[in-house]
Design a protein around this ligand. Structure first.
Ligand code: FE2
Length: 169
């Protein structure tokens, strides 16, 4: 059975690899780097949405300081979404494009490190193995339902509304 904490870490590892590959390909033609980026951008957005759908409601429910952790994560996700939009607005391979890709890398790296030390670690410490497996299945299902970015909402999420909506129950 998949464990939601492991699935999130797996995605983080993939992101680190994909950004490193973009560094390797910095001198390649725009069509190549653009294709690499499009795939990564779709995964970044799907990952953030999957966490907001499956993981952070449970963080709010089960983790001490869950409200603070979820609020912080949503704000980080919005910063990553902003950077992804900035890449989309620039000419692939241009200086502005690479600078937006680098900004996305920085926002995402900072966020992953904080998430791993904070809510992911707290979730593992909470002794809720069965719940982690249930959420793992839901995380897989969400990714299947939205494969390739299908029907995925990539708009910013209001962190206050999110915490209010998911924290009350
Ligand atoms: Fe996240």
């Amino acid at each position: 059975m998949p464990d939601v904490c492991d699935l999130i870490l797996d995605d983080h590892e993939v992101f680190r690899r994909r950004f490193a590959e973009l560094d390797d390909e910095r001198r390649r033609e725009p069509a190549t780097v653009s294709a690499l980026w499009e795939s990564l951008a779709e995964h970044l957005e799907r990952h953030a949405a999957a966490e907001e759908h499956v993981f952070y409601p449970a963080v709010l429910d089960r983790v001490p300081e869950g409200e603070h952790e979820a609020h912080h994560a949503i704000r980080d996700h919005n910063k990553i979404r902003d950077a992804v939009r900035r890449v989309a607005d620039a000419e692939p391979g241009s200086e502005a494009w690479w600078s937006a890709v680098d900004a996305a890398n920085e926002e995402n790296s900072d966020h992953m490190a904080e998430e791993e030390r904070g809510p992911l670690s707290a979730f593992r410490q909470a002794g809720i193995q069965d719940l982690r497996k249930d959420l793992g299945l839901r995380f897989v299902a969400f990714n299947l339902d939205h494969a390739g970015g299908r029907a995925l909402d990539s708009d910013d999420v209001d962190p206050d509304e999110y915490v209010q909506q998911h924290g009350a129950g």
